[in-house]
Design a protein around this ligand. Sequence first.
Ligand code: NAD
Length: 499
Amino acid sequence: MTKYAAPGQSGSVVTYRDRYDHFIGGEYVPPAKGEYFANPTPVTGEEFTEIARGTAEDVDRALDAAHGAARGWGKTSVADRANVLNKIADRIEANLEMLAVAETWENGKPIRETLAADLPLAVDHFRYFAGVIRAQEGGISQIDEDLVAYHFQEPLGVVAQIIPWNFPLLMAVWKLAPALAAGNAVVLKPAEQTPASIHVLMELIADLLPPGVVNVVNGFGVEAGKPLASSRRVAKVAFTGETTTGRLIMQYASENIIPVTLELGGKSPNVFFSDVAAERDAFYDKALEGFTMFALNQGEVCTCPSRALIQSSIYSDFLGDAVSRTQAVRQGHPLDTETMIGAQASNDQLEKILSYIDIGKQEGARVLTGGERADLGGELSGGYYVQPTVFEGDNKMRIFQEEIFGPVVAVTSFSDYDDALKTANDTLYGLGAGVWSRDGSVAYRAGRDIQAGRVWVNNYHAYPAHAAFGGYKQSGIGRENHRVMLDHYQQTKNLLVSY
Ligand code: NAD
């Protein structure tokens, strides 16, 4: 077991500044109105830095810087841009431990996740898009003997990116890598709950980018996010967050007739067919592990399998084993490498989850384990911890229909394939899903029939850069990851030439 020293303690690999201004035009710029807000760590609830409170004036300054840089960056060769992306990847990799601790302290997620998943995925993402942009080719079509069409991919120009707090660094990288590869300049607004680790990253990579190509404006949704998303000076808005906010982003963008990509909420079903329990073997064990994925990242994952559907013939036995497995998930200090579940990202989120647990109880759902705030004692007693909670109930209940975004799973049974699919698809959302069966044809059919952009079959929660990710229904518009992402950051120029 290793326990990393907290930022501020001797031996820590991270030093946070006492205050973070906006990162504009390659330097730190204080907020136009001179206001700051406190940023606490979810680990202990103590404030560790303060953050510039952005307003429309700050957004304008960032847009000035981005417009000043966009043309030059868009004209660089793809080889040069790919080299920059690869250097960023190398820099992150060389400082992976430092960034992992910074991210854990900022967000509350366990260090084993930031070390093994968030940061390695960020590295891979930059490398992937460095490769993809090199491999992109234009097109030529001969229309007839005398007429030829040339197709060019051009950057959009300056793009707005607004991100949530659940994977602060990874969500930033998912958006930055393709936008930069495609030759755009960016103004990024982090979530107000988790801006600081993004600034640690910016300080680390600033010298690799021309000033103004990436700008970060801190602040709250309506004060800083809205002026950015509604600006006439952005060519696109890329947003990840709640479905209700996504609706507003579409409205703002519609005023300027610009495209949006929206990565929104989910209520993902995890479907366990009866043959899962045919033997108590490694497959069965993996399925139980898959059930506990609802608590991964404290349930603050848009694809969190927050509804488990278990076939009635194995319901009691499988659920009993799944509850035992959930009870074995180790909750503790997020900087301890043995910890599997850490703190919720903010006090507001903690309260939202606890209120949903109350709603579940009032609706008549049965708590099989958890159901309370977790008091881990000592220095962690002020942190934001919730016990992993398993509810048994009915798919019509609010805890089955509304996104809780915490370590809470709602479980119900199904009789046969049609019943499973009906329940799985009985949701406004369509982001992720899991299917577990030893029968390849059942697993394949269910994977195709579930209305979700990503279905994990006999596994859950891998996010390779080269697999397209995004939502059906009210879970969003567009895709992230995969080379299709370039289409969202480029426009096609066509020259129709007579000879
Ligand atoms: P949120 O919608 O409250 O906030 C997201 C971002 O939008 C923040 O930066 C916030 O400041 C900003 N914002 C809020 N109101 C705004 C407004 N009126 N105008 C412009 N910007 C505004 O979401 P959250 O609570 O930070 O994140 C959790 C949500 O994100 C969950 O619903 C989760 O499912 C979703 N999410 C989706 C994905 C995905 O890929 N689909 C990934 C991660 C998180």
